[in-house]
Design a binder for this molecule. Structure first.
Ligand code: SF4
Length: 81
């Protein structure tokens, strides 16, 4: 096996990012994507007032449910009306 093949085997795609974390509070919940910034509301991290983007990540990640996404978006739509 070549060195290049060995290196490729070590590459893993980071799919668990803030955008799909239940603690992410995006600045624009309706159009949120990986470049959208926002706050982290994790109980242990909230005190730091972190500004993060959808592509960030930390080891406190917990996957968001579709139900929570719907609730966040409905709230944001109500505010726009
Ligand atoms: S910083 Fe960590 S806990 Fe906060 S939203 Fe991102 S992955 Fe989740």
């Amino acid at each position: 096996m070549t060195d290049a093949t060995n290196n490729l085997k070590k590459v893993s795609w980071q799919s668990e990012n803030c955008l799909s974390c239940k603690w992410f509070s995006p600045s624009d919940p309706i159009n949120a994507d990986i470049l959208t910034n926002g706050k982290c509301l994790h109980p242990e991290l909230q005190k730091f007032n972190l500004i993060i983007s959808g592509r960030d990540w930390c080891n406190l990640f917990e996957e968001i449910s579709q139900e929570q996404i719907d609730q966040i978006q409905e709230k944001a739509l109500e505010k726009e009306e």
